[in-house]
Ligand binder design. Structure first.
Ligand code: GLU
Ligand code: MG
Length: 436
């Protein structure tokens, strides 16, 4: 009997999960033209599959519009069906933007950046992950460790290649059974799409190797975390790099310095969106090489924002390679929402003509609060609860988001906190490792 091939139209939601509906591949054109029905309250499904209080209840309908530009079709060896996914934006039935469509929020925020500055953002997501189970994974950065994952990694990079996603590198990271995969920079909306698709493809490929992976921010309370570092660079309308100025402070152009300053100014609230789980805050602690302060540093792996090294030999190449990374993100975050918030904060910094921040050079955990304050630095929130309070207090940040979204978001995250309440850190790590 012939099978009817199916594909899925998906969205990333507040919980950072990818959810959607399947339909016959043959209907794609029709689905692009008339959309797919979606349920508003789905946005309140938490990462633990409970439903947080929803203003929509059982009412209403919205439409998910598949975006053919995001279509991914990958044939994995040993699988009868292709991995076939298309991402989409959600609108009201009459086509008006929907409050909780995070992908169109990113799209609109990027358009705002370009309208106001003439600049475009390129981004690259760098993901760390942990192989579950107890099979040997060799020492950190070792060939043994690399070899242990090589069949998986080669299939994953092949799958990415088929999907038109270019990997930059794959390595055996420092943490126990930890690996890292980095993608090459591309236009920011696509980069966020790719971050979502990478996680799904990684899971699919691992399963074919009898393995299971987790991107959860912290798997072992005593270990290092799994970060998602978001690399960013600005480009002008002619495709010329606009991030680097050899004469600028720390090599940043004025506009890139203001963009970074905007991010740092709002970082205590931004983390509620970029590191949005209870376990995220066990990762964002000093000496885990993640990020614990709203500081800029040059090549320091404990910075909130780090100016990354460049290795090209000639000046033009160095200018093209020049980028900074935001380190306080993780895979519990929706990549579209996280990036939209970063871009909005960066644009605010440009609008406010903020000066390029001074880079820190010391261990900030040794400084007292008064000294940090004098230098415009703050310890990032120590819990999701604290981060949500920062979010609720940051009126500027709220102004960048559609009216109503913050209330829905906070209700969602409060339900997640309640669900996980009363557990030990070990139990919390275990619970999140099951869902991310
Ligand atoms: N594992 C660290 C984190 O949680 C990052 C280590 C590194 O690649 O610099 O962000
Ligand atoms: Mg790493």
């Amino acid at each position: 009997m012939p099978r009817a091939a199916l594909m899925m139209a998906c969205v990333g939601d507040i919980s950072g999960q990818v959810r959607g509906k399947g339909f016959p591949v043959a209907h794609l054109a029709r689905r692009v033209a008339r959309g797919i029905g979606w349920t508003p309250t789905n946005i309140q499904i938490t990462c633990f599959d409970t439903i947080a209080p929803s203003p929509y209840g059982s009412f209403g309908d919205v439409v998910l519009w598949p975006d053919p530009a995001s279509e991914l079709r990958v044939v994995l060896p040993g699988r009868a069906s292709a991995e076939h996914v298309v991402l989409g934006d959600i609108t009201e039935l009459d086509g008006a933007p929907w409050t909780c469509c995070l992908r169109s929020l990113l799209r609109r925020t990027l358009e705002r950046l370009t309208e106001r500055t003439g600049l475009q953002l390129r981004a690259a997501f760098e993901h760390e992950l942990t192989m579950k189970g107890e099979a040997a994974a060799g020492p950190a950065f070792s060939l043994t460790g690399f070899r242990a994952a090589q069949p998986f990694a080669e299939m994953l990079l092949g799958a990415l290649d088929q999907a038109g996603i270019t990997a930059d590198s794959f390595l055996r990271e420092y943490g126990r059974r930890q690996y890292e995969v980095t993608l090459e920079p591309c236009d920011a909306l696509r980069a966020a799409d790719q971050a979502m698709l990478l996680r799904e493809l990684t899971r699919a490929v691992a399963a074919l190797h009898g393995q299971s992976v987790t991107f959860s921010p912290l798997v072992d309370p005593a270990g290092v975390g799994n970060g998602v570092h978001i690399h960013m660079s600005l480009w002008d309308a002619e495709g010329r790099p606009a991030t680097h100025d050899p004469g600028g402070r720390h090599g940043l152009s004025g506009v890139a310095g203001a963009f970074v300053a905007g991010i740092l100014a709002h970082m205590p609230a931004l983390v509620a969106l970029t590191a949005p789980s209870v376990v995220s805050y066990a990762r964002l602690t000093p000496h885990r090489w993640s990020a614990a302060f709203n500081n800029l540093a040059v090549q320091d792996r404990e910075a909130g924002v780090r100016i990354c090294p460049v290795s090209e030999r000639d000046e033009a190449g160095r200018t093209r390679q020049f980028n900074f990374e935001y380190r306080a993100a993780d895979a519990a975050a929706n990549p579209h929402l996280a990036l939209a918030a970063l871009v909005a904060a960066g644009l605010q910094g440009i609008d406010d003509r903020l000066p390029t921040p001074e880079a820190t050079v010391e261990d900030l955990s040794l400084l007292d609060v008064a000294t940090l304050h004098r230098r415009g630095l703050r310890r990032l929130p120590a819990s999701l609860d604290e981060a949500l309070r920062e979010l609720a207090a940051d009126r500027t940040l709220q102004g960048w988001l559609p009216p109503g979204l913050v209330d829905i978001y906070v209700a969602h995250k409060r339900a997640e906190i309640e669900h996980i309440g009363g557990r030990t850190l070990e139990e919390i790590c275990a619970a999140y490792a099951e869902v991310y």
